[in-house]
Design a binder for this molecule. Structure first.
Ligand SMILES: C[S@@+](CC[C@H](N)C(=O)[O-])C[C@H]1O[C@@H](n2cnc3c(N)ncnc32)[C@H](O)[C@@H]1O
Length: 393
């Protein structure tokens, strides 16, 4: 059987709703690969439903908490990932949602084969396979992590998996690179013409910085940098990024420092009011206390400075996203400090929640590129955006 999704031609429809500068990024290959990866992850989730004991636990109808308890999983770890699995399988009609909060197995749970989708992606565009390998890695570790025998961090970031992450957080992986590309476009808009001082948070292995520095050079934006301060919390990532970026951008004023965004930025030598742009790709959603991190960012910005961050944005509150299948295993993703109104859950936020978070923490002039609120009725799976904001007066 050949798995097929959106037929080619979705590009014309997107052209009506996306700014021209973004359109080329969301080509048919990208859109179809996203759909394939989502299908792959959903099929993996069926296997995890079984391997974690949740299937057996839902023989009789169960709330998420009951299912977690019946399956003997660690409640403080398993609640969020189990809710994701039950909600997702019910949304596919693979299990039954009995009422608002209870789930039950159907008489025969079909077992759609994930490998069929992996094969389809291999034929269609193998550059997207890193996301599949990371999802398969997560699936393998679900039982151990949800039982509390290993942490998600230890399981996913063990030394022998670093190669998989290098391939994943890369501009050669179209499904990850999209956030870097959208972020670079928004950041270039926000930069002053010259003399910009940039602070990047959670720069990881350097793919976000690489895309932004490339964009500034190639797109002939006319913007010049006085300083680009690349920071990251994991020393091994920082070392790799320094190697990559120093070699690729030897003519640019890039410096490197360790910085924990949960701590005062002064500890990393960031002076108050010193930045024209604070930038981050896929990092702010793991801030332990978003208010504290936003206060630090505000403090670091010059009066006319901007915050730009590219994120996976949740189009609709409470609707699971396939990327969460992996990151729900990580404590930092799952369990930040929650704030009613704008930080109701760990992980990804909606455009409205980001806007409320920024407004509540001294930012204004907020823009979301592309405008997910307008897009989401026709494109309910559209989930990448760059959010820009400036210090409110
Ligand atoms: C999803 S990765 C994104 C990496 C990079 N921005 C890129 O796009 O290639 C998130 C990054 O945030 C970093 N991170 C996590 N917690 C952090 C913290 N408290 N302070 C600074 N960086 C953090 C991680 O180590 C990781 O490199």
């Amino acid at each position: 059987m050949t798995y097929s999704t959106t037929p080619p031609g979705s590009q014309q429809a997107l052209a009506a709703v996306l700014p021209a500068e973004l359109l080329g990024l969301f080509d048919d290959t990208f859109v179809r690969s996203c759909e394939l990866l989502e299908e792959y992850v959903h099929r993996l989730a069926v296997g995890v439903f079984r391997s974690t004991g949740l299937e057996h636990a839902c023989t009789e109808s169960a709330t998420v908490s009951e299912a977690v308890r019946r399956a003997g999983l660690a409640p403080e770890i398993a609640q969020v990932p189990a809710a994701w699995i039950l909600h997702t399988l019910a949304s596919r009609g693979w299990i039954e949602q009995v009422d608002g909060s209870r789930y039950r197995c159907l008489p025969a749970l079909s077992a759609p084969d994930p490998e069929e989708i992996f094969a389809a992606q291999t034929t269609y565009d193998p550059r997207c396979l890193p996301g599949y390998r990371i999802a398969a890695l997560a699936a393998e570790h679900y039982p151990g992590v949800l039982r509390g025998t290993v942490t998600g961090e230890d399981a996913l970031f063990a030394p022998d998996h670093i190669g998989a992450w290098l391939e994943y957080f890369s501009n050669d992986n179209p499904l990850y690179a999209i956030a870097n590309s959208v972020g670079a476009i928004a950041a270039a808009h926000a930069l002053p013409i010259d003399g910009a001082t940039v602070l990047e948070l959670g720069g990881g292995l350097g793919s976000g910085a690489e895309a932004l520095l490339d964009h500034l050079q190639k797109a002939d934006t006319g913007k010049t940098l006085l300083a680009y301060r690349f920071t990251e919390i994991v020393p091994a990532f920082l070392r790799r990024a320094r190697k990559l970026l120093s070699a690729r951008f030897s003519g640019q004023p890039v410096s490197f420092a360790w910085l924990d965004m949960n701590e005062p930025f002064a500890r990393a030598g960031v002076a108050p009011g010193s930045c024209s742009l604070v930038y981050g790709v896929n990092v702010l959603h793991v801030a332990r206390d978003l208010a504290t991190t936003l206060a630090e960012i505000r403090h670091a910005l010059a009066d006319d400075g901007a915050l730009v961050f590219a994120e996976c944005v949740r189009p609709f509150a409470d609707r699971p996203l396939h990327v969460e299948f992996v990151f729900n295993l990580l404590d930092s993703f799952r369990a930040p400090l929650l704030v009613p109104g704008w930080r109701p859950n760990g992980g990804f936020l909606t455009p409205e929640q980001w806007t409320a978070a920024l407004e509540a923490n001294g930012f204004g002039s907020i823009e979301v590129l592309p405008d997910i609120v307008t897009l989401r009725a026709d494109y309910p799976s559209f989930m990448v955006a760059a959010i820009s904001a400036r210090r409110a007066a």
